[in-house]
Design a binder for this molecule. Structure first.
Ligand SMILES: [Zn+2]
Length: 155
């Protein structure tokens, strides 16, 4: 499968994930806990259900972030800029693109960014909720993101 079709497949996959999560988040708590009345619930059960929802919300945000990146990569592909490192302008290693179809950094530049932090091997990172509130690179679904560390967040 060529990268364009892989990106499209990934996009479809992510859209399905967001759809399923949204559906779950829109379901009233009483239904998801299989109880007619929340009054019968042990407080701990409601608490864990609320916790699950917050987790779902967080995952949804991460997936939407990756979806954005996939769309960006699709856009680049159409412009003939897909697979070009956005830092050094070199061609990104085919094996690397094969692992992370929407990466925008070559191995060297990604390594440089990662040198200042300790992170597990990028291939091993799935959506792990490993978002950091400190400014640093973090990874979502095997894809690197960078947050500015000067506190002037735009989002
Ligand atoms: Zn590079």
């Amino acid at each position: 499968m060529d990268p364009y079709n892989r990106l499209l497949a990934r996009k479809q996959e992510l859209e399905q994930m967001t759809g399923a999560l949204r559906e779950r988040l829109m379901t009233p708590l009483a239904e998801t806990t299989d109880e007619l009345s929340l009054y019968d619930q042990h407080p701990a059960d409601i608490g864990s259900e609320v916790y699950e929802r917050e987790k779902d919300n967080g995952i949804l945000e991460l997936i939407e972030l990756e979806l954005e990146k996939v769309n960006d990569a699709l856009h680049k592909y159409k412009q003939g800029r897909y697979g070009v490192c956005e830092v050094c302008g070199q061609t990104i290693e085919p094996g690397r693109l094969n692992r992370m179809v929407n990466t925008t950094l070559c191995a060297g530049c990604a390594q440089q960014r990662q040198d200042s932090f300790r992170r597990p091997a990028e291939e091993d990172v799935l959506i792990a909720g490993d978002m950091s509130d400190r400014g640093e690179t973090f990874q979502v679904a095997g894809y690197e993101y960078f947050e500015s560390g000067d506190g002037s967040s735009s989002g």
